[in-house]
Design a binder for this molecule. Structure first.
Ligand code: EPU
Length: 428
């Protein structure tokens, strides 16, 4: 077990470069199953969700070779349907993309029901509704989801009851090699949906409308391998933008697509923080008082739920009373109890949290309860003068490449250390 130790209260400076996007990398890695060929994927983030996905593909029969730290060569010609390892797959959310990819390629699919962060119940009914519309019989058995399309998937019109990132992606995968045209109505519009469509199209798929709420997929018989680079991670970028504001620093975040960050840029500006937008970089100057605001998290292009915890850490220190209304998940405020240990004044009622801004947070020992909550603890720890210790950092490593190294290079006093055995045993 490892923990992060921060000696907070120091400003950040210089630049932090953003890595490839986790939530684009995961579907694209599983989408290589459709190519039945060799793909080279570049700008992969070096995070545990990516290494776990590569391990799942390797266990399924893919040949995998890292060409450098962020580039992988994957040959999926010899994938065996239904062979995703149960324990690895059930512990991560993105593993359910095996289902859509296998259904498209083999007409049948089997994988563990997915796990992921605990934000309340996370049903997959919209994925199943989509698979059924394409002609699959779907069953669950022994913790697995099993799909079978006797005559292969057939195009259909699918209206999604909820704008779901995962279900939109899974249906795009399942329909890519289906017979005929599939139309997804009320589709999610996130940049990673567009990135996946671009990847699939460069492999020979025929997808239009990604990035709007109607996506059309004309099924193709064959696809092929390509070289493809993943887009930068807007959530990682937003996290460092908020870290700059919280530590009253001037920091430039590089390798970003500013369009993807408009909701966060606007919100920081509304709080009184200076944000300068370049072509592929954003500079945040937080060296002034910042004020309370209101945020409602929504599907893209709304303010992302994956920045709820980080903006919550900032609101804890903003002058006045702020509010977050969570519009995507039932239980995204588990971080509030941890921030409260650091002196934050937060009241949570269901999907609403009210932050009564305090002058400064105080250092404490806290837990990373999920990826983004962990990032919020890092932001709080960087701003609080003194020693903050963050436990359960494996959550952070699922989604942030070299967070400690990147922040060190930007002037933070932050390190990772092993938890001594006796402390680890007591914590269990
Ligand atoms: N939902 C259903 N039925 C479904 C699917 C979703 O009711 O069949 C509900 C969910 O319970 C939720 C809402 O619809 O209330 C939206 O969920 P969505 O399907 O969009 O989320 P997801 O695909 O499970 C992905 C990301 C999350 C991110 C959300 C929202 C991956 C692997 N995960 O989850 O990322 O919060 O979209 O943008 O892409 C993270 O990176 O920290 C993270 C949690």
């Amino acid at each position: 077990m490892e923990r992060i130790v921060i000696n907070g209260g120091r400003p950040l400076y210089g630049e932090i470069e953003v890595s490839g996007m986790k939530n684009a990398a995961l579907p694209i890695l599983f989408a290589t199953i459709l190519a039945e060929d060799t793909c080279i994927i570049e700008n992969l983030p070096e995070i545990s969700d990516v290494s776990d996905s590569l391990e799942i593909l390797r266990c399924m029969g893919a040949e995998i070779k890292m060409l450098d730290r962020t580039t992988v060569k994957i040959d999926t010609s010899n994938i065996i349907c239904g062979s995703a390892p149960y324990d690895l797959a059930r512990n991560m959310r993105g593993s359910y993309y095996v289902l859509g990819a296998e259904l498209s390629r083999f007409g049948r699919a089997k994988a563990a029901a997915p796990g992921g962060d605990d934000f309340g119940v996370r049903p997959i009914d919209q994925h199943i509704k989509g698979f059924k519309a394409l002609g699959a019989v779907v069953d669950t058995n022994g913790g697995c989801v099993i799909c079978e399309c006797r005559e292969g998937p057939k195009g259909a019109n699918i209206y999604m009851d909820i704008e779901s990132v995962g279900a939109t992606i899974n249906i795009m995968l399942a329909a890519s090699k289906a017979e005929g045209m599939t139309v997804i109505d009320n589709a999610a519009r996130e940049p990673h949906i567009v990135d996946l469509a671009n990847f699939l199209n460069s492999c020979g798929a025929d997808i239009t409308g990604a990035g709007t709420d109607v996506i059309k997929i004309r099924g193709v018989k064959r696809m092929h391998g390509v070289t493809y680079a993943i887009i930068p991670d807007m959530i990682e970028a937003g996290t460092y933008m908020i870290a700059a504001a919280a530590t009253k620093s001037k920091l430039t975040v590089t390798n970003v697509i500013p369009k993807h960050l408009e909701s966060i840029t606007a919100k920081l500006q509304e709080m009184g923080i200076a944000v300068e937008v370049g072509d592929e970089s954003i500079t945040v100057d937080g060296r002034r008082t910042f004020y309370a605001t209101k945020v409602k998290t929504l599907p893209y292009p709304g303010f992302p739920t994956d920045l709820n915890a980080q903006i919550g850490a900032l609101m804890s220190m903003a002058e006045g009373v702020s509010m977050i209304s969570e519009g995507v998940f039932d239980n995204r405020f588990r971080y509030a109890a941890e921030l409260t240990r650091m002196g934050a004044d937060i009241k949570v009622d269901g999907r609403i949290a009210v932050f009564n801004g305090v002058r400064a947070l105080k250092p404490a020992t806290v837990k990373a309860v999920d990826i983004r909550a962990g990032a919020a603890m890092v932001i709080a720890g960087l701003s609080a003068k003194g020693k903050t210790t963050i436990e359960d950092v494996h959550h952070i490593e699922r989604g942030y490449e070299n967070l400690v190294g990147k922040l060190c290079n930007a002037g933070a006093d932050i390190r990772k250390e092993l938890v001594p055995d006796e402390v680890a045993v007591k914590a269990n």
